[in-house]
Design a protein around this ligand. Structure first.
Ligand code: CA
Length: 236
């Protein structure tokens, strides 16, 4: 039917009206859509049907979206688009760092949801098909091998999600060059979040933790306050 047919999206939402609206919209875009109304059911479906993406409501009865997200990432890595009721809630969730790729605040437009789902899947495709000609990058003790999607610090492997990897690579490619949150969103996510790019901040924070960064004096990624981020020219 369309280019996206064969891609499966799992929608986890306990409000039937929202679940149905999302199912109908994504279905009309050509996705195979599965729906779960609670966490345990979602995990069961994910294990059985291996969705390409999960749209996950934060506020679920019983097991909440954070826990579901954490459990999902234990199975195999799957991109998660989290639905939250409020912006401050999205901030808080981002702070927990459970590994959601992005957040949408309710009420959201179905068009916006469809745009994001498409962009996330496009990014995943790019990752899976990437046989890019980039050679390994070495920045002080940090080494990135784009072909193998491998990162080491002082020779120790660092486990990054595909999204975290892409962000780090985007920064490390051009040391000393400041990239705004908007530029990172355009380049890595493939769309711009008008919420101010807080999703960028939360992912950079996660990357820093995984790289063992010291908050006071980061070795690799510098914050340019009010502007964005830059990879240190003198990474050490
Ligand atoms: Ca809910």
């Amino acid at each position: 039917m369309t280019a996206v047919s064969g891609r499966t999206v799992l929608v986890v939402e306990d409000e039937p009206a929202i679940a149905e609206a999302v199912r109908a919209r994504l279905g009309s875009e050509g996705y195979d859509v599965l729906v779960a109304a609670d966490g345990p059911n979602a995990l069961e479906i994910a294990e059985r049907d291996h969705p390409d993406l999960v749209v996950l409501d934060l506020m679920l009865p019983g097991m909440d979206g954070l826990e579901v997200c954490r459990e999902l990432q234990k199975q195999t890595w799957v991109p998660v688009l989290m639905l939250t009721a409020r912006t401050d809630e999205a901030d808080k969730v981002a702070g927990f760092g459970v590994g959601a790729d992005d957040y949408l605040t309710k009420p959201f437009s179905l068009r916006e949801l469809a745009v994001r789902v498409k962009a996330i899947l496009r990014r995943v495709d790019r990752i899976r098909s990437s046989s890019n000609g980039d050679g390994p990058i070495e920045r002080g003790p940090l080494a990135i091998d784009p072909a193998r999607r491998r990162v080491t610090v002082d020779g120790e492997d660092v486990q990054l999600t595909p999204l975290e990897f892409d962000i780090l690579l985007a920064l490390a490619r051009s040391p000393g060059v400041v990239q705004t949150r908007e530029q990172l969103m355009d380049g890595v996510w493939g769309y711009r979040d008008f919420g101010g790019g807080r999703v960028v901040d939360s992912h950079v924070a996660r990357i820093r933790r995984k790289l063992g960064e010291d908050g006071q004096e980061p070795r690799f990624i510098q914050t340019m306050h009010g502007v964005g981020y830059a990879f240190r020219e003198d990474a050490r």
